[in-house]
Every structure is written in C-alpha cells, then in structure tokens.
Design a protein around this ligand. Structure first.
Ligand SMILES: [Fe+2]
Ligand SMILES: [Fe+2]
Length: 472
C-alpha cells in the first residue's frame, strides 16, 4: 500500500526510468505516454500527485492540465518541460503556474529534484488523504514470525494517520505476534489503548521492510511537532530520536544506498529546525530527566550536540548545520567494516594491532559514502577528521590546529562528550565538568569551540546580560 503517482510523458525511456525511481521511493506509479490515457487514469483513480509533460500529445499537455483543474481542483501537478525554450523562462513559469501547475520543472533534472517538488509542500493531510482506504478495521490476527523481521517503538510514542500506513503488531512471546492494526484500515485508538492500559504493553512492533514508510511518516510528524507551539521540548526530541534511530537502523542494515542516504535529508532538516526553534535548548540538553542519554542512539546525540554548538557561532547557517548533522549521523559508519570483536572492546582494552584497525574507521567511513550526491566534501572531511585533535594527538593522520576543519573539531568535542556521558554514566552537567577540568582533554579542541560548547548549556538571555555588564 503506497502513495499513487501519475506520470505522463511522451518519452518511453524517461517514463521507465522515472517509474523505477518512484517505485524505489515507495510510491506506486501509473505511467502513460499520452493525454487521453492520462485523463482516463484521472477519471478512474485517485493520485497523490501528477507529473505532466507539457509536450504530451493526444490530448495536449494544456488540455490535460485544464481537465485536472476543472475536475480535481486540489490535485497536485508538477508540469514538466522538455527544455527552457518551450517553457519560456521565468515569465513562462509564472504563466503556467497561473494556469494551474503547482510546480514547474525543466529537463534535464535529477529525479530526486522532482521528488522534492512532489513532497516539498506536502502536508500530512495530503499524504494521508491520498492513501487507498479500506472501510472499517480488520480483525486482530495472531502470527508466527521471526523476531528478527520486526522492529519496535514505544507505545506512547506511536503516531498513526487516520488510515494505517503499515501493519502494527503486539509481541506475545518469542516469534509470536498479534497484528492489531492492518495497513489501509482505519486507525483504531481503542485497540492501542486496550493493550496499553489493560495489558500494560509498552512496545508496538512493525516489519523492518516497512521502516522507510515509518521514517517518512514520522518525519512529517516531527516537522509538525517542531512547528507547533505548546509542544514540550521532550516530546519533540523524543520524536526526533525515534525517527533518527529507525533511520540509523535502516542505514546500518541496508547499507549506504542512495535512496537510504536521501531519506536522511528530511531527518537533518528536522534536526536543524529543532535546534533553531527550541528556545530552551540549553535547559533540555542539561536536564537529565528529559534527556536520558542511555535511551539515545550515539550518532543522534552527537548530531544534536554538534549542531547546538554550531548555533553559537556567528557564521552558522542552515547549510552548515544540515551538513554537519548528516556527517554526525554517518560519522562512525566506517565501523561497519571493522570486526565485531574489536568493536566490542573499549579503546583502552585494545592491543596495538586492534587499535590500528580501529583507527581506520574514519577512512572506511569516507569510502562508504563516496559517490553519493548528498554527501559533499565537508561532510566527507568531517567524517575523516572526527577523531583528529587540535593538539595533534588524534587519528588517523595526527593533523593539528588549523589543518583540522572547524566543523570536524566540533563533531570531535560532541563525540567525546557523548562518550564520557555514556561510558561513565554521567549527567550532561557532570560530563561537562569532567571535560573542562581535564587539561589533556581541553587541549584536544580549538578554544573558540570549547567556549561555544559551554555556551550550549547556558541560558542565552543570561549571556546577553553578561555581555552588557562587560560593556558597562
Ligand atoms: Fe568515531
Ligand atoms: Fe562516535
């Protein structure tokens, strides 16, 4: 059960490529090469979005567009042009938008750019409204399936759309589950409540193969929570954590496939928005109760702290924050190439040979993300240098001071901090104290970065007061 897209283009080869691409993105695709079949499809089926080539024949592109606007006024349409000339530049774009195109795209473009246009302004209502729906709710069914096929989510943190996007289960025992929500059904809050309140169930499960749907849907929810007032910071960061955890699971099991990395874009955009909009971030990051590090994926924590540090710098921008967040999600990906028995040791327990292998993980990481269009050079450099230290004591190259990318040194401090907090089970405040009172530790970082790291935990309004006093 997926979202349905109609693609209309006279070029069969392009149609084929585009269909393949969108199917990988979990859409179902109807592809037609002429306007008449397009109208027939629009008459018979409901579509989440329509991609219409203006040069289509029998009926023409403009006829099809007119048909859509008359019969399906709220249908999202991306109008595609073979070249700039046919569209007629910026003026032409405006003209076609007035005629009813929501977006205009001119070939050649990357299919992922087209996907961005389709999804960019999409609201939750659009996503859910376009779902094929069954009437009512199917019966609960008990199934026997391998535990390894499932992934869990806390019942309190489960969000669903009105139509259920994927099958949802409760675990009865090893290899035994009961399907309580069926994909395509109406969502039943009663069933969830029954298990939660009457039976004390804490976790819900879904199939790992549905993880990408989970991530896409929950990214929407995260965006919504971040942009809605009166939602607590803890709720927001928990939602962000859930999506990111599942995203990292996907990355670590599926490998660095382009479509997997692409999904990270939404994740890091939400991290950016969270860090940007959360006024009491300092409180949240300091407060052990709301932010229990043991429950968090290491890479997610590193990305939250690293981006919070960047926010303290004047030169910060959405681009740097999102690139760094992405680098943080992948910073230890190179560990996938290191044998388990080495990873299970703490660095102090490793012999020289094991240590040498461990120290290669930044380089392995860069090899794994190479050749992906989302991964630019700074992301690669951050991954490569996240263990380099300002005083030259780091690895793999032992480079020093200005040779190290500032963003990489920021990720280094965030990574060290998260490790101290987790390994020694310290609260954020105690871990901070421990770090800044240890000379060797402090020497690992550029002093500006260290200063801004400390500011992460300080109320920004107090910082302003301090500056005023200094001036006075
Ligand atoms: Fe690392
Ligand atoms: Fe790490």
């Amino acid at each position: 059960m997926a979202l349905n897209i109609l693609v209309i283009d006279p070029d069969e080869e392009w149609l084929h490529t585009a269909s393949g691409f969108f199917k990988e993105q979990m859409y179902t695709v109807k592809a037609v090469n002429n306007g008449k079949d397009a109208q027939l499809a629009l008459y018979n089926e409901k579509f989440f979005a329509v991609v219409l080539n203006y040069s289509v024949k029998n009926h023409s592109g403009s006829q099809v567009l007119k048909f859509i606007r008359t019969n399906h006024p709220s249908q999202k349409v991306v109008l595609v042009f073979e070249n700039e000339g046919i569209c007629g530049g910026e003026e032409g774009k405006e003209k076609y938008k007035k005629m009813g195109a929501n977006e205009v795209a001119i070939k050649p473009f990357e299919l992922s750019e087209l996907a961005d246009l389709l999804e960019g302004h999409q609201s939750l209502g659009d996503l859910v409204g376009a779902l094929p729906r069954k009437k009512g709710t199917s019966e609960e069914v008990e199934v026997k399936e391998a535990d390894d096929d499932f992934t869990g989510i806390r019942i309190d943190e489960f969000y669903s759309s009105q139509a259920v996007l994927f099958d949802v289960f409760v675990k009865l025992g090893s290899g035994r589950y009961v399907k309580i929500l069926h994909a395509g059904d109406n969502f039943s809050k009663e069933r969830i409540d029954k298990y939660k309140n009457d039976k004390g169930v804490e976790y819900l499960y879904f199939h790992k193969k549905d993880r990408r749907k989970y991530i896409q849907f929950n990214n929407f929810i995260a965006k919504k929570l971040i942009n809605t007032n009166n939602i607590s910071g803890a709720t927001r960061i928990n939602q962000l954590k859930n999506v990111t955890d599942k995203y990292l699971e996907e990355v670590y099991t599926q490998g660095m496939k382009p479509q997997v990395i692409d999904q990270g874009k939404e994740v890091v955009n939400n991290i950016f928005n969270f860090v940007e909009k959360q006024d009491d971030l300092h409180k949240l990051l300091k407060d052990f109760e709301a932010f229990d590090p043991k429950l968090y994926e290491h890479s997610f924590m590193v990305s939250v702290f690293a981006t919070s540090i960047i926010k303290q710098f004047e030169w910060q921008s959405q681009i740097t924050i999102e690139a760094t967040a992405l680098a943080c999600l992948f910073h230890d990906i190179g560990k996938m190439k290191i044998p388990r028995e080495i990873l299970d040791l703490r660095p102090v327990e490793m012999d020289d040979e094991q240590m040498e292998i461990y120290k290669q993980h930044p380089e392995f990481g860069v090899e794994l993300v190479e050749n992906n269009r989302m991964i630019n050079n700074s992301v690669k450099q951050i991954i490569m240098q996240h263990h380099e230290a300002y005083n030259g004591t780091g690895f793999p190259f032992g480079i020093k001071s200005s040779k190290i990318l500032t963003l990489a040194n920021i990720v280094c401090i965030a990574d060290d901090f998260v490790h101290i907090m987790l390994d020694e089970e310290l609260s954020p405040t105690d871990a901070l104290k421990k770090m800044i009172t240890d000379r060797d530790q402090v020497a690992r970082y550029n002093s500006m970065i260290l200063e801004n790291f400390i500011k992460v935990f300080v109320d920004p309004s107090k910082l302003k007061d301090q500056n005023k006093q200094k001036v006075g």
